[in-house]
Design a protein around this ligand. Structure first.
Ligand code: ASP
Length: 473
């Protein structure tokens, strides 16, 4: 018999079917045994009725039923019955049908899970949840979050493909791209003593793709940043990374706004204000005291409303602790047109504004981008303001300056943080609850236990010596 998905059982009322899945709950009432079964499409109740004398198949089913425990994987043959009106459970999926079990095959047994899977696991210790993440992911809440994430991402992808964007992957082993964090580095075996950096974002490659003539790029890019872990920040996150040629600030903002509106409304969400309100950085600081803010009222919060806004006209530079200048957002940004001259002349530095635009939603920064300086002289001046010598400049962005000599089109883009957007859509407060395999607070991988020491052989191959005591804390 072919497998029927639990979500499709209702249309098979009166028929005998085969389902496959997990046992969520078992209620042994002596003469009868009730189960809740679960597969990727839903849940259903099943019952093994008392066997009539001489009915060997039914006796066997009862025997197996007694052996079954939660999380066993089973194949069940049974008849789909309507439940009597008094037993209908309107709050439950398939609450009006029941499977009268004829036979049970155990496909695999399960040990008793370290925590209950038929309940929300928010209260369970994080180390335990992440050690057994594959079990945690079985819970209803986590299934919902990860599937919703998929839904959001696929809708954005479809939107972009319809707009003729090209999905292109960029390298993970690369050179440092500054996004204001520390790099994670990977030692080179072929060139001992040298290191790759994992990308904090695909910023430079996506700009090079504009020089390469693709005009509209996107990628579901992993951004890897060694920064202090917080509820809304992990070492790794995913961005919907976008870059476009021959555009101005307004074009990128309206394209992304249209994508978000189409996506989240199709997913059943309500947006507080359309078009999204816009605040300059100065206005935001005056009004909210911060460049991320929550425009929702308490009633909006209860209703799960999404309050998006744009923040723009950020200062380009800020003072470093040493008294020099550094970028506030992105060194590759173009200053606003009126301030290009100031950058080139290195004048009025604290007043220079960038074409950076951030998208804020329900108190989070949900994304950010800018128009880029596609002219070598502007990028060069930006790095000079930040105190780079000609040699440093060449070393850091020489390849970009070189690329810009060959007809780089005007371009700009944005990146949306997938996790932060999913947190807003699900109401989750922890980034970890919207990623399949996040790290622990202490930076240990889920299920597996990286980071780990290397073997002597690996260290020798890489030409690395570990300082004594450096890891014996
Ligand atoms: N690279 C930027 C970031 O990761 C986004 C962008 O400017 O496109 O925040």
């Amino acid at each position: 018999m072919e497998r029927t998905l639990i979500g499709e059982l209702k249309s098979k009322t009166g028929e005998t079917v085969l389902i496959k899945g997990w046992v969520s709950v078992r209620r042994d009432q002596g003469k009868m045994v009730f189960f809740d079964f679960r597969d990727r499409s839903g849940t259903v109740q099943g019952v093994v009725l008392p066997a009539k004398a001489g009915d060997e198949a039914a006796e066997k089913a009862m025997e197996v039923a007694k052996e079954i425990r939660p999380e066993f994987v089973v194949a069940i043959e049974g008849k789909v019955n309507e439940r009597p009106a008094k037993n209908v459970n309107a709050d439950m999926q398939n609450g009006d049908i029941e499977l009268e079990i004829k036979s049970i095959e155990i496909l695999n047994k399960s040990e008793t899970p370290p925590f209950p899977i038929d309940q929300d696991t928010s209260g369970i210790d994080e180390e335990v949840r992440l050690k057994y993440r594959y079990l945690d992911l079985r819970t209803e809440r986590m299934q919902k979050n990860i599937r919703l994430r998929n839904d959001f991402v696929q809708r954005c992808r479809q939107f972009l493909l319809k707009q003729k964007f090209v999905e292109i992957e960029t390298p993970l082993l690369t050179e440092s791209t500054p996004e204001g964090s520390r790099d994670f580095v990977v030692p080179s075996r072929l060139q001992p003593g040298k290191f790759y950096a994992l990308p904090q974002s695909p910023q430079q490659y996506k700009q090079l793709l504009m020089v390469a003539g693709f005009e509209r790029y996107f990628q579901l890019a992993r951004a890897i940043r060694d920064e202090d872990l917080r509820a809304d920040r992990g070492f790794e996150h995913t961005q919907i990374d976008i870059e476009m040629s021959f555009v101005e600030q307004e074009d990128v903002m309206s394209m992304v706004e249209a994508m978000i509106i189409e996506t989240v409304e199709a997913m059943g969400h309500t947006i507080k204000q359309k078009p999204f309100p816009r605040f300059t950085y100065k206005e935001a600081m005056e009004k909210f005291g911060a460049d991320k803010f929550d425009l929702r009222t308490p009633e909006d919060k209860e209703k799960g409303i999404l309050a998006y806004a744009w923040v723009y006209k950020f200062p380009f530079f800020e003072k470093t602790d040493e008294g020099g200048w550094t970028f506030t957002h992105n060194p590759f940004s173009m200053p606003i047109p009126e301030h290009i001259d100031w950058v080139l002349k290195k004048q009025n530095i604290e007043e220079i504004l960038t074409t950076q635009y951030d998208i804020v939603c329900n108190g989070f920064e949900a994304g950010g981008g800018s128009i880029r300086s596609h002219r070598a002289d502007i990028l060069e001046a930006v790095y000079e303001i930040m105190g780079f010598t000609k040699e440093d400049l060449e070393e850091r962005v020489g390849h970009m300056l070189e690329a810009f000599k060959y007809g780089a089109p005007p371009h700009g883009g944005i990146a949306l943080g997938v996790e932060r957007n999913i947190m807003n859509l699900t109401g989750e407060a922890q980034l970890k609850d919207v990623q399949a395999f996040p790290m622990t607070r202490g930076g240990k991988t889920a299920v597996m236990s990286a980071p780990k020491p290397l073997t002597e052989k690996q260290l020798a191959e890489l030409g690395i010596e570990i300082k004594k005591n450096s890891h014996e804390k």
